[in-house]
Design a protein around this ligand. Structure first.
Ligand code: UD1
Ligand code: CA
Length: 466
């Protein structure tokens, strides 16, 4: 059986203008690589198949896509086609000939327009099918058409051809209606047209954009489908366009969260990745970064300059100024900061507190436990109701290996204590301030491990008039 709709993404180009060792499709916009945004929009059409043409950095692009398909929610079968010659978007499509042969209609998307929206693609597909067209191109008027292919219309205001920037005369350059780089093709008509392409422009490239006029000349309807929203067509060719696209996407993401009941004190200075979820009545101050697959619950407060990457924050949590959280989980009603640091695999149980300049790594801080001042707690299992005094350090590393510290429920740790791991302190024990704990402490025991104080008479500071 021949499958009907399919999407082919062109991502083989060199991206010369990015001046980067990273292939252009892998540059991130709001947390996802450019190509991921395009794959996600393609997936929303529920296509029979998605093809990706790769070339420059082929292995890296392919591997990144394969590794992340489930993260990005791509369930359609994805196939890769390698373009060997990199001689233009037309030859990119030629490299995917087996894909064209498999599908009746093919939507083709440039791999560098991450702001495209799935509902626009859906409308294009519907219009194409309704008109039984040979080809359809998404066009839009842009304030500055420089660099884009211009849509040239005939006397009847119908599609005539696309003229690339490098080949445009002065009159054509005035046209502000441009080719977005998103199309739907009748697959057979496209295959025919591809055989007729001739190299164009200073770089002798095969332009996909020439196939539209060829399909029209073959007698099939060539349609221009327009949208008002020019941001959707923004193609990323340079770092400046990368920044511009990110800014537009950020504004969309922030709007989405505000519509869902999240307060952003200063949306212009709030950086939320596309994969982030935030509950209603959470209040986010200026300068916060919420990245990756972070989830934040309801009614949380994030003071200024909070940075959270790939972490889960439950309801009613307060994160004070400058708190930094990576790959960790924070239960409801916890309080962190100012300037608290959770390194990967930290888990804070309900109501726990981690205060100023405290660093937690790969540790569980039990329910209601407090690490409020200037501490380092790493590779530690801490029970509930523990109080850790200022300046407490777990010495978890012996120069070769990491070791565990276990602190059971309701232990009271005085200030400036060192736990030399591996070591266990049983429940309700007390540790005297300044102790270096190297041995197990029994339940309810009081451990004091510091040298006794000595006072030598008249060895202090000399008074001047003595
Ligand atoms: C292209 C269009 C232009 C349109 C613009 C929209 C052509 C000839 N021109 O120009 O009409 O207005 O996009 O953004 O298509 N690619 C390959 N292999 C190649 C060359 C390119 O796969 O050999 C891919 C690129 O990875 C990219 C896409 O095709 O995703 C477009 O290539 P690019 O060089 O960015 O074309 P533009 O000059 O932007
Ligand atoms: Ca481009």
């Amino acid at each position: 059986m021949v499958a009907k709709n399919s999407v082919l993404i062109l991502a083989a180009g060199k991206g010369t203008r990015m001046k980067s060792s990273l292939p252009k499709p892998l540059h991130a916009v709001c947390g996802y690589p450019i190509v991921a945004h395009i794959l996600k929009a393609a997936q929303a059409l529920n296509p029979a198949g998605i093809g990706v043409v790769i070339g420059h950095g082929a292995d890296q692009v392919k591997q990144t896509v394969l590794d992340n398909l489930s993260t990005w929610g791509i369930t359609a079968p994805v196939e890769f086609f390698v373009q060997e010659d990199l001689s233009g978007s037309g030859s990119a499509v030629k490299a995917a000939l087996p894909f064209l042969q498999k599908h009746d209609n093919v939507m083709i998307l440039n791999g560098d327009t991450p702001l495209l929206q799935a509902d626009t693609l859906q409308s294009m597909q519907t219009a194409f099918e309704k008109a039984n067209a040979g080809t359809l191109v998404l066009a839009v008027e842009v304030p500055n058409p420089f660099g884009y292919g211009r849509i040239v219309r005939d006397a009847q205001n119908q599609f005539e051809k696309i003229v690339e920037q490098t080949d445009a005369d002065e009159k054509t350059k005035q046209i502000r209606e441009i080719n977005s780089g998103m199309y739907v093709f009748n697959s057979k008509a496209l295959q025919n047209a591809l055989t007729q392409l001739k190299p164009q422009g200073p770089k002798h490239e095969y332009y996909l954009t020439d196939t539209l006029a060829l399909i029209k000349q073959a007698g099939l309807p060539a349609m221009v489908f327009t949208t008002q929203d020019y941001t959707q067509a923004l193609g990323i060719n340079s770092r400046a366009q990368l920044a511009e696209a990110a800014q537009i996407m950020r504004a969309r993401i922030n709007q989405f969260h505000m519509d869902n009941g999240v307060t952003l004190i200063n949306p212009q200075d709030t950086y939320i990745d596309a994969g982030v979820q935030i509950g209603a009545d959470t209040n986010i101050a200026s300068g916060c970064y919420l990245l990756g697959n972070t989830k934040i619950g309801q009614n949380c407060t994030l003071e200024s300059s909070v940075y959270i990457n790939n972490s889960i924050i439950h309801n009613d949590v307060t994160l004070k100024l400058g708190t930094y959280i990576e790959e960790s989980e924070v239960a409801e009603t916890c309080q962190l900061g100012p300037y608290a640091h959770l390194r990967p695999k930290s888990i804070l149980k309900k109501g726990a507190k981690v205060g100023n300049f405290s660093e937690i790594k790969k540790a569980v801080i039990g329910e209601g436990s407090k690490v409020n001042h200037l501490s380092y707690i790493g590779d530690t299992q801490m029970g509930a109701g523990v109080n850790v005094g200022a300046g407490t350090i777990t010495c978890n590393y012996d120069g070769k290996n990491k070791h565990q510290t276990i602190i059971e429920d309701h232990v009271f740790v005085g200030s400036n204590v060192n736990f030399v791991a591996p070591v266990t302190v049983h429940e309700y024990a007390k540790i005297g301030a300044g102790s270096t704990i190297t041995k197990e402490v029994a339940a309810q025991g009081l451990a004091i491990a510091r040298s006794r104080q000595v006072v030598l008479e008249n060895k202090g500071v000399k008074k001047e008039h003595d």
